[in-house]
Design a protein around this ligand. Sequence first.
Ligand code: MG
Length: 368
Amino acid sequence: MKIVAIKVYQVDLPLVEGRYSWSEGKFVEVFDSTVVELITDDGHVGYGEICPLGPFYLPAFGPGARAGIGELSATLLGQDPTAIGPINQLMDKALLGHPYVKSAIDMACWDLLGKATGKSVCALMGGKFGESVALYRAISQRPADEMAANVAAHRADGYTKFQLKVGGKPEDDIARINAAAETLTDGEVLVADANTGWRVDDAIRVVNAVRDRDVYIEQPCRSYEHCLTIRRRTSLPFILDENITGVDALLRGHADGAMDAINLKISKVGGLTKARLIRDICVSLNIPMTIEDSWGGDIITAAIAHLAHSTPEALRFSATDFNSYVTVQNATGAPQRVSGHMIASDEAGLGIAPNMDVLGKPVAEYKS
Ligand code: MG
């Protein structure tokens, strides 16, 4: 099997809630998603997606994804997409860094590997653990009372895990955490995710003020060193996200005792292949994971479901159903949330079929 054509599509994904707001006043109203289609000489077609959280969350942006796929196209044409290891090595040799660009291509290669073998990506990644995957709901940054009300609204959808978007003024964030924590019922999990938005002194004020609450603190500050400072000054359980960019960062954090859990985003680490490696190391080290991506539509939601469902339940902190946050369906067959849970498809590959009406005409096309 050889790649003979690569098509790139751009899809706007508007938000159901109108606006998603997080730390430092950042927000997105319409996500810029990129879908890549790999076509092979024997008629198979594989799909992958990359959807940055705007251009200012991670070092990633929509037009950059599309330019990067163009940059890699000559390397990819003529290659066997089911040779996941060599494909990743070739991409890393041809383009230094830019993990988010490679993520969409790697995802499409897994889709093709599944279709070629008649196996779901989840089966190829080791098989399912448990019946379904419990999801968390991100609670967009708003005044404290509105966020507490949104926790209640999403509880009605079956969610039991809530991630508050904080990273604003310390006094406002303390109020947000307290208001949401007051509403919690037995068995629910609350995370306060600052998304790098606090200075060290801000973070110390917040963790001191909420020290008696049952809440996780996620990525308080931008640098690893500042996060480690906060980690050592709080008794609250602690999650690292933006700093966990690969195996090196994970092992350093583990050696330093810098976190109790991590957030594993597929595109942040360069695709399903590298995310699976990090997942497997976390399983070996007994580190729980939130498994997700920076953002996405149905194709990314399917990929998350395959990686998450093939992860042992005890280490699956949570996962995300991004396709329920947006108004546009870029594929059919993706998992649909039921009572706060989703299930990976048993169909071959990712188990999705793109909605070509939504994808429209390719914005770029490369052929051998
Ligand atoms: Mg996070």
